[in-house]
Design a protein around this ligand. Structure first.
Ligand SMILES: Cc1cc2nc3c(=O)[nH]c(=O)nc-3n(C[C@H](O)[C@H](O)[C@H](O)COP(=O)(O)OP(=O)(O)OC[C@H]3O[C@@H](n4cnc5c(N)ncnc54)[C@H](O)[C@@H]3O)c2cc1C
Length: 380
């Protein structure tokens, strides 16, 4: 059946139909096993690439779909409903492409964008470090200019798609100033001096393989610097506004999946001679879950419409990320409750969704940081 969506145009309707077909037939049936084995879903990204879904918000001139963000995000939501890790991977990929699309020179865009937008190349975003999480001004990875190259030393931590991506968007220090001393680089996989640590052993989202990325004297041509020297902080933060909307869409998809499972279970499971969904006490729980999911969707769509209209949307992106990810945590927790003992087992998908939901409150800016962004914007 699926979510009843108001889409902008016929293109949007067709894209969502295609996405739903791929999500239900190709992704959902593979999710549980792959997550259990922590298997990276390379074939899922290849399929999305062949289907034109890896470059939706980017220009047709580069092979993209030239779709409004509003449509792209609903595609992310549908994919995350079927398999949250793949939704996260698609969102992170889009984040990396947006850096090149916004800050690359015409030559850099012509050289790199078609492979990224067409889904041939998958991206990773290397911002965080062991000592620099919420506070990225603490980044210590250094890129030192040597002729027409930069020589990079340092450690990036928590990198989604780490060791599986085809290119890495790297933020490294080219100057001492904590905020104006960062620069951005494109580092293709296979670059000498770039290696990967072992995947993190995480609570959930196991197929979103997350590794440290280590730089030991990697030489990066100056032609692969994106934007001006010193612009890295600006580049990172502006890309994250769009990225946070991707995470809000993922969280909404996780919440929707948990709600769907809970409603289906409540219609079937009988106690006291009736389906448990007949009891008002449980119906109110399900009603609150439905309200949470729809509120989450409404907040990310509003922010996306502002972005599509070229209006500022930074505060609304933080509100959407905060609202949708807190909703995902509450809705998945309540879905476990609706399923009773079964909800607490790995035989039903809600415990996996519950574990997957948690990290959405942490990455791309914790929800404390979102509140800081929102709070500051009220006084600026
Ligand atoms: C599965 C996963 C995937 C990730 N993928 C990526 C990726 O692809 N690329 C990437 O660059 N990073 C990635 N990250 C890193 C992620 O963005 C960071 O974990 C996150 O920004 C928080 O940083 P931290 O873990 O160092 O926590 P810390 O910054 O140490 O925060 C710890 C706690 O302190 C709170 N806190 C910190 N500062 C403040 C403050 N000023 N006011 C109030 N509270 C505060 C935080 O909200 C949090 O609750 C990923 C993380 C995970 C877990």
């Amino acid at each position: 059946m699926g979510v009843d969506r108001l889409l902008r145009d016929e293109d949007g309707v067709a894209l969502l139909e295609l996405t739903r077909e791929i999500a239900t037939q190709e992704l959902a049936p593979r999710a549980a096993e792959a997550e259990e084995q922590a298997r990276f879903p390379a074939e899922a990204y290849q399929l999305l690439g062949r289907s034109g879904l890896m470059g939706l918000p980017f220009a047709e001139a580069y092979g993209g779909g030239e779709q409004p963000y509003e449509t792209y995000l609903q595609v992310v939501e549908e994919i995350a409903t079927a398999w949250p890790s793949v939704g996260v991977g698609l969102s992170v990929h889009t984040l990396t492409v947006s850096v090149l699309a916004q800050h690359g020179t015409a030559e850099q865009r012509d050289t790199w964008l078609p492979r990224m937008v067409g889904g041939e190349w998958l991206g990773a975003y290397c911002l965080s470090e062991p000592q620099a999480g919420s506070d990225v001004s603490g980044i210590a990875t250094k890129a030192v200019k040597d002729g027409e190259e930069y020589v990079v030393h340092g450690v990036k931590q928590w990198i989604s798609n780490g060791s599986c991506a085809d290119y890495y968007i790297l933020f490294a220090r080219t100057g001492e100033d904590p905020k104006r001393g960062l620069s951005t680089f494109l580092v293709p996989d296979g670059t000498d001096g770039m290696t990967f640590g072992a995947p993190e052993r995480k609570m959930g989202l196991h197929s979103d393989v997350t590794t440290p990325v280590l730089f030991e004297g990697a030489r990066i041509p100056a032609s692969q610097r994106l934007g001006q020297e010193g612009d890295g902080m600006k580049v990172a933060l502006s890309a994250l506004d769009g990225g946070r909307l991707g995470i809000a869409a993922v969280a909404t998809g996780i919440g929707q999946a948990a709600l769907d499972h809970a409603v289906a279970y409540a219609a079937e499971r009988r106690q006291f001679g009736r389906p448990i969904g007949d009891f008002q006490g449980l119906q109110f729980l399900l009603a609150d879950m439905a309200a949470e999911v729809e509120r989450a969707r409404a907040t990310y769509l509003y922010a996306a419409r502002l972005k599509d209209a070229g209006r500022p949307f930074s505060r609304q992106a933080s509100i959407a990320k905060l609202t949708a990810t807190d909703a995902a945590m509450r809705v998945t927790t309540d879905a476990v409750q609706v399923l009773g003992g079964n909800g607490y087992t790995q035989d039903y998908p809600v415990e996996r969704l519950f574990r997957d939901a948690k990290v959405t409150q942490i990455f791309e800016g914790t929800n404390q940081i979102q509140r800081m962004v929102i709070g500051r914007s009220l006084f600026s």
